[in-house]
Design a protein around this ligand. Structure first.
Ligand code: SAH
Length: 466
């Protein structure tokens, strides 16, 4: 079999939304994804369910230091092997592939092995750190040049390939991989003529929910980094442009909302949304339990969808069994919530009933107004749904068949957070509340807690966080 083409894609730093549209489209089609450890794992949710994802960490011991991966040969060999297996291979790198990423070694191997490749650019960490701290890297008055430098090299070593004398003359200096060596680098720059008072900003975890910025003069930046606990990955911006941060740091001034739900609809709303999904939706291992219901679906009078995932997984199985929306023509459909309605529309269905109040109680109130007694209702739901709706429907004399169509699991690997950084924490489900309390405990008093839906609010009250 001839080898397949390899796509080398820049994933951007931190925020999974910083990949290019082109990069994401290719990622969605890949068979094998070989990714850097700094790549946000949520990006992998874009991949096909049957795609293979391999983290470069796993290709040996963790041989990186400050963003620096040493075990390059193994990665190159793996890319070649996967391409030769006829797989559509994506090599997903942090930031942009052309900047401090050892892409040349991989390209070299691909050229030698006559494997076709395409490179898709990405947002480099310097651009993200600049945008997310409000520090333009160049400015008509303050800096007409900008240089990117690796700080990974020990500046004390004899044959340094970084000429700090030359670097010191640049308008703006951006350092990558420099947390460990910042004290030595600052001294070297001052020795090379850079003013000790040059302002410096260190931005760690740019684009991530735990992003941090520290500012100090060049002579005291190392101390500030220690004091503010700036850790890798971080970008240092050195130069007069850093003065602009005071006026342009939009993030510092914004109202910061920690949004813990799954929804992505978080733009053009008040404040900046930081997305920390506390739950994860997963398919069931086995759907055979509901096949009987699907086969006899026309026996139901209503289907009640309570979430967009219910819609998604119901139709996935429905399709797998060879049915489509036409098979539901005689059945009435109810939906709770706008996103549930929108998902139904994707499948060509406009719900017959949608309660104004987006909750089980809202739906029950609507059902009370119509003749629902003895009607048969199918209720696709998650494995941890609260029983309130089913019981409420039964109280109305309805014959309910509730069926689990997806799983709601807690997110692992949640980052450490300074909750006081946020102005508001928003919950959208009772399971989100429980997972939050398990991982973070209480919400600091000055931070507002808001809940979508009365069931969520009740759970938050039960745990004493609102
Ligand atoms: N190719 C990448 C750089 C890889 S080197 C790019 O274009 O961005 C790894 C270094 O990138 C880290 O040590 C750090 O200096 C920087 N970096 C990567 N992600 C970062 C992030 N989210 N915030 C700040 N710096 C980051």
């Amino acid at each position: 079999m001839s080898a397949n083409k390899v796509y080398i894609i820049g994933a951007g730093p931190g925020d999974p939304g910083l990949i290019t549209v082109k990069g994401r489209e290719i990622l969605r089609q890949a068979d094998a994804i070989i990714y850097d450890y700094l790549v946000d794992k949520r990006l992998l949710d874009q991949a096909r369910e049957d795609a293979e994802s391999i983290c470069c960490d796993r290709l040996g011991k963790k041989k990186f230091r400050d963003g620096f991966l040493r075990d390059q040969e193994k990665i190159s060999r793996l890319i070649v092997r996967k391409a030769r297996e006829g797989k559509k291979v994506v090599r997903l790198r942090n930031g942009d592939s052309s900047i401090f990423s050892r892409v040349s070694q991989e390209l070299d191997t691909l050229v030698k092995n006559k494997i076709e490749f395409e490179i898709v650019p990405g947002v480099t960490a310097a651009s993200a750190a600049s945008a997310l701290s409000g520090i333009p890297l160049t400015d008509r008055k303050l800096a007409s040049s900008c240089v990117f430098v690796t700080g990974h090299e020990d500046p004390g070593k004899k044959e340094s390939s970084v000429d700090w004398n030359k670097i010191a003359g640049s308008g703006t200096i951006v350092l990558y991989m420099a947390v460990e060596n910042i004290s030595k680098i600052a001294k070297e720059l001052i020795k090379s003529g850079k003013s000790a008072d040059t302002p410096v900003a260190a931005v760690s975890n740019a684009g991530r929910i735990d992003q941090k910025t520290a500012k100090a003069a060049l002579k005291s930046i190392a101390k500030a980094v220690r004091k503010e606990k700036i850790t890798a990955p971080a970008i240092f911006i050195i130069g007069e442009v850093v003065k602009l941060e005071k006026e342009f740091n939009w993030l510092r001034r914004s109202r910061k909302v920690l949004f813990t739900g799954l929804s992505e609809e978080r733009f053009f709303t008040r404040g900046v949304y930081f997305h920390l999904p506390l739950i994860k939706i997963e398919p069931l291992e086995d759907y055979s339990a509901i096949d009987n219901n699907l086969r006899n679906i026309t026996g139901f009078d209503w289907i009640v969808f309570t979430s967009r995932y219910g819609v998604e997984y119901f139709f996935k199985r429905f399709k797998a069994r060879g049915y489509d929306a036409r098979a539901l023509s005689g059945i009435k459909i109810a939906a709770i919530g706008n996103s549930t309605k929108a998902k139904l529309e994707d499948f060509g269905i406009l719900p017959d009933l949608m309660p104004k109040e987006e909750s089980s109680a809202g739906l029950l109130n609507e059902f009370k107004k119509i003749d629902i007694k003895d009607k048969k209702i199918f209720l696709p739901r998650s494995d941890i749904s609260d029983k309130g709706l089913r019981d409420g429907l039964q109280d109305l004399g309805v014959r309910v068949t509730a069926a689990v169509v997806y799983k709601n699991v807690g997110q692992k690997d949640l980052p450490d957070l300074n909750l006081s950084y946020f102005d508001e924490v928003m919950f959208t489900s009772p399971s989100g509340v429980r997972n939050f309390v398990k991982r973070y405990g209480k919400v600091p008093r000055r931070v507002k807690v808001s809940c979508i839906g009365s069931v969520t609010r009740k759970e938050a009250k039960r745990y004493g966080i609102c």
